[in-house]
Design a binder for this molecule. Sequence first.
Ligand code: GN1
Ligand code: MG
Length: 364
Amino acid sequence: MDKNNELKEIIVHFVGQDDNVKIEPLGKGHINDSFKVRSNGKEYVLQRINHHIFKNVDQLQHNIFRVTGHIRTKLKERGETDIDRKVLSIVPTYNGELYYKDENGNFWRMMDFINDSKSYDEINPVLAYRAGMAFGDFQQMLADLPGDPLFETIPNFHNMEARLETFRESVKNDRVGRLKEVADLVSEIELRAEEMCKAERLHRENLLPKRTNHCDTKVNNILFDEEDNVLCVVDLDTVMPGYVLSDFGDFIRTGANTGAEDDQELDNVSVDMAIFEGYTKGYLQKTALFLTEIEIENLAFGAKLLTYMQAVRFFTDYIDGDIYYKIAYPNHNLVRTKAQFKLLQSLEENFEEMQQIVSKAAGH
Ligand code: GN1
Ligand code: MG
């Protein structure tokens, strides 16, 4: 059976039989497979969830169900209109399940497609300000999520100590013999290791709380409308407890990079301070009232941390022989590592100024 027919069989479980259904690939995710589906005049997003990475799809889908339900309620309370474009809506299966498991053990889910929306890989300071407000608002709306904390869909996801442990294990094993060419980069990572574990230490000392975080605040996980107003925050697989500095940092890592995440031309890569400033102002406008001093003081550190963490994660995958991230060419993970490391150096050079911007935007 060809791929499209296979997908048609899956779609039946969500929207019923439709011989005229249209399916096309969607997005640039490194983990899940996404498709845009058009059936009976409606558009949807169909995704195959990577269950080797998200090992408990049931918990994951329940997290998303709770989070989107809570945001929907908040938007209604505020009197917002057009709510279906401002929060994701899960399309359940005919059996009322939040996902479908096929006979090969693959997990599928469907959501409504948000019409007339776009995402950006590169933005300007005005859009950055709006994005800051959007992710700040997202955290604020979820601050009073009732019930138990969300499941950790990937345990220790943004835990730097755990990431370094895994990295060191990979370096020790050198499974595919790649280590000899990259020894210098290993030293650069180790040089910064202690500094980068600061968030975990602050948490153990009860100085840094965990809140409901998005944990994948990439710039292209925000949808804008035709007038460039923010519509919706998407990609909720990793919504779970975490440090706010980590959500702040991951946006800067992706949105304030003058180059690409995997730029081969390292001269393209640096931090765009105008975007940093725009995002910081928008973010603090929404969050300054509930964040603690320590959280605010460590936002700029979060930008360094998440960039470092991403370098370590890409590097670990390169050393392991490319088993986690989708790659487009053989040394893609090494190219990504070097580009992230270059961005980290630029963040280090601009750190003082970043701290001043945060402190000014927080009204200090
Ligand atoms: C992955 O697949 P995507 O693009 O949503 C990864 C993020 C990384 C990102 C790097 C579950 O996200 O943590 O920051 O790639 N997601 C997972 O671009 O590992
Ligand atoms: Mg993601």
